[in-house]
Design a protein around this ligand. Structure first.
Ligand code: SF4
Ligand code: SF4
Length: 383
């Protein structure tokens, strides 16, 4: 493992970090070996993102006392509403969330408090004396956090926070598909100039880059070109995605989300596998005009009034759609389809329960047409 210095925090961070949100609803028996392996590989930057009680308890149990030896972020705007992600609305809720992280993870203090997923229309309030930013400031005075971070998908929000010297760490999506998004490279340079620690997320674009023949759409973030689509051209290995992100020295750590040992193992091959340079350049050029607009399963659209796990429903739909591109026998495809259906049936709530309230549509940073997808999911899965 290589280490980098996280900007002005001076923290020495592993260049691969672990996003823990995919441990959601995984059993402890799967989480513990994954954490053991991550620590063995010297990963030292961990980000739980969500504050779902059961998940935090499982994470704590898996780390045990080792949780104090690593760098941990507490997302103070990310709260658990009936097991689903939602954002805090005020200072009191943000403080409660922080205290919950502290209690469940059994850590009195954290290296970083992250203001989660700040959108343009919230910036003024969140970063004011009335907003969650003031809680982060107080926690810093009380020495319960060392640094303040912000996660966002919006370049202008990120720039404002940096220029106004409000944050030490920025968390932002960066991958093959998003590197060319208008303003991204300028923003990265701005981070470097201001010594902001830069943590990037979604190195695999929510896993979509790893799916060959996947049709991708350009929508909201693609300002310079007419809407169009592109097909993921070939099998892209995770190590290629990670090398791509880490080839930028101004990025200090990239959070590779994984849900079990096998996925972390696969990611860690980036250190030993040689990247095929020709293929690498080819992929980079293919995506040079591409910006994603499909679901990346981040669940930033939650909470859903009908308690739907929107990210998971979208993932199951995508897996179903991708079956036709798999180079496998009909029998194997049937087996896969049965397992997708089984996972659907095991969900607590189904797409048919969608009330078309539109609330999720306003929250999705990728402009996914969630309602249309819920209608399709209901048709395909029958409920
Ligand atoms: S619909 Fe949008 S917000 Fe919801 S999981 Fe997908 S990309 Fe994320
Ligand atoms: S539109 Fe449907 S999926 Fe979206 S929040 Fe409302 S009920 Fe949930």
């Amino acid at each position: 493992m290589k280490f980098r210095i996280l900007g002005r925090t001076n923290l020495k961070v592993s260049e691969i970090g672990l996003g823990l949100e995919h441990f959601h609803e995984q059993p402890l028996s799967s989480i513990k070996p994954a954490i053991d392996y991550a620590l063995e590989q010297k990963i030292n930057y961990f980000d739980p993102i969500y504050s779902v009680t059961k998940d935090l308890e499982n994470i704590q149990q898996s780390f045990g006392k080792r949780i104090k030896d690593v760098i941990f972020t507490a997302h103070i705007r990310s709260q658990d509403t009936n097991g689903q992600f939602s954002k805090t609305k005020n200072k009191a809720e943000a403080l409660d969330v922080f205290n919950k992280y502290s209690e469940k993870l059994k850590r009195h203090s954290f290296e970083i408090a992250m203001l989660t997923f700040v959108e343009p229309n919230e910036y003024g309030k969140v970063m004011s004396d009335q907003g969650e930013y003031s809680i982060a400031k107080n926690l810093q005075k009380e020495k319960r956090i060392d640094f303040i971070g912000m996660s966002t998908h919006d370049i202008d929000v990120a720039k404002k926070a940096i220029i106004n010297d409000l944050i030490d760490v920025l968390m932002f999506p960066f991958n093959f598909a998003e590197w060319n998004r208008k303003g991204t490279m300028e923003m990265i340079k701005l981070c470097n100039k201001n010594q902001i620690g830069l943590v990037t997320m979604k190195p695999f674009s929510g896993g979509k880059l790893l799916q060959p023949h996947r049709l991708e759409y350009m929508q909201k973030y693609h300002q310079d070109f007419a809407p169009s689509s592109i097909t993921v051209p070939t099998r892209i290995q995770p190590e290629m995605c990670l090398k791509f992100v880490l080839s930028n020295p101004d990025i200090h750590v990239t959070l590779a989300g994984a849900k079990n040992y096998d996925e972390i193992y696969e990611n860690m091959q980036y250190t030993s596998h040689k990247v095929d340079i020709q293929k690498y350049e080819f992929i980079k050029s293919i995506f040079s005009k591409y910006i994603p607009g499909e679901c990346v399963y981040c669940n930033h659209c939650l909470p859903c009034l009908a308690q739907l796990n929107i990210g998971e429903l979208n993932k199951l739909l995508d897996e179903k759609d991708n079956l036709e591109f798999l180079d496998q026998s009909l029998e194997d495809k049937d087996k896969k389809w049965n397992s997708i259906k089984q996972r659907y049936n095991e969900l607590e709530h189904y797409a048919s329960e969608c009330t078309f309230c539109w609330q999720c549509m306003n929250r999705c940073p990728y402009d996914v047409d969630i309602i249309q997808r819920m209608i399709r999911i209901k048709e395909i899965f029958g409920k």
